[in-house]
Design a protein around this ligand. Structure first.
Ligand code: XIL
Length: 353
């Protein structure tokens, strides 16, 4: 998640890099047409769906409590790491879909939509990619082939993809990751175009963390997505990871305003990786109550914005959280009891429940 940066993000640069007409955004009707064609907005009467990141370790544990909790409370899944590049192509040309296929098959058995995560990221890149030099044409050819192979493999079984993950730094500059350093800022537009060509029906997301506040990173993300769509790049969704904590979480009104401002770009909105770090010295009950208030604020913000269709928590129980059990960051306790966070999230996304 932590890389260097150098480029100041400018719209003309991005539009040019995206292969669009430099400096002259496309007329809105084209973009609006693309938006209306790509997805139907949730009606406010229909609450946002709740999803969870799952992994094969938990599914293989054959723990009936895990599967029961997942199926009873959630309506979609995201493979936590099984679809990362290091998992799918550990050696050049040697694709291994085994584990990701097991999650996709589990989801299909239970009628759950799958969020593909993630095609282009600065983490979990296999050594055969990072331990060599690449020319721009070589890396473009490699990434094009990777995206084409993966998205085609899951065509019709994965309804949406996090195509590019975490492209920005905290102060809103384009992260100098491998893809940007070698291919240039246009890697983002290319990745979306390749993914769209491989599966024109999939909803394609740009996924970012730390953009839940109205600050430089959020403004840069808004410029990035607006510029890409102005260049007719098929970005049809924005994912807000929402890895929050008791000390770092946006006020509900601010998050609602952020989600609404992105909805005005004509994109689908999702909260894609919600968890709330709640470790600390205060009494547990006090921390869990504070955590529940944050879950409620996120759920209410998504419910208030019709374009926000889903809140995904990054795991099910504290025992299987990437944060570690002591952060008690998820809606269910390690013993599968629903925490205050779960009841607060559920009530917030569906006040009529
Ligand atoms: C994390 C997973 O939870 C870990 O199991 C894995 O080892 C590394 O990635 N932002 C993201 C996710 O987009 O892919 C990360 O997931 C958490 C931060």
């Amino acid at each position: 998640m932590f890389g260097k940066y150098a480029l100041v993000l400018t719209l003309p640069l991005l539009v040019a890099a995206a292969g669009g007409r430099p400096g002259r955004p496309a007329p809105a009707p084209a973009a609006a047409h693309v938006a209306s064609r790509i997805f139907a907005r949730r009606s406010v009467a229909t609450p946002p769906q709740l999803g969870a990141a799952v992994n094969t370790v938990m599914l293989d544990s054959a723990n009936p409590r895990y599967v029961d909790t997942l199926l009873h409370h959630y309506g979609s899944v995201t493979p936590e790491y099984e679809m990362e590049m290091s998992q799918l192509e550990p050696r050049r040309g040697a694709f291994d879909f085994t584990n990701a296929d097991r999650i996709v098959a589990f989801a299909a058995r239970h009628g759950l939509p799958v969020r593909g995560h993630t095609l282009v990221w600065d983490e979990m890149i296999p050594a055969w990619v990072t331990h060599r030099e690449w020319t721009k044409p070589q890396l473009e050819r490699m990434l094009h082939g990777y995206i084409q192979t993966v998205v085609s493999h899951y065509r019709g079984r994965v309804s949406e993809w996090d195509v590019v993950n975490e492209p920005l730094t905290t102060d809103g500059r384009l992260r100098r990751n491998l893809w940007e350093r070698v291919i240039g800022p246009g890697y983002i537009a290319l990745a979306f175009r390749w993914a769209h060509r491989a599966d024109p029906q999939a909803t394609l997301f740009l996924n970012e963390y730390g953009a839940e506040w109205q600050d430089a990173k959020e403004r840069a993300l808004h410029r990035l997505v607006g510029g890409l769509r102005a260049a007719h790049v098929p970005v049809s969704g924005v994912g807000f990871q929402a890895h929050l904590s008791l000390s770092a979480h946006p006020p509900q009104a601010e998050l609602t305003a952020v989600l609404r401002s992105f909805a005005q770009l004509g994109v689908h909105i999702e909260v894609t990786e919600l968890d709330v770090q709640a470790a600390g010295s205060a009494p547990l009950a006090q921390r869990l109550a504070a955590e529940a208030r944050i879950y409620a604020a996120v759920g209410a913000a998504c419910h208030a914005v019709a374009a926000c269709s889903r809140v995904t928590t990054w795991g099910v129980t504290d025992a299987d959280s990437w944060l570690g059990r002591n952060q008690v960051g998820l809606p269910f306790a390690a013993d599968y009891r629903a925490k205050p966070a779960w009841w607060a999230l559920r009530a917030a996304v569906n006040p009529r429940a």
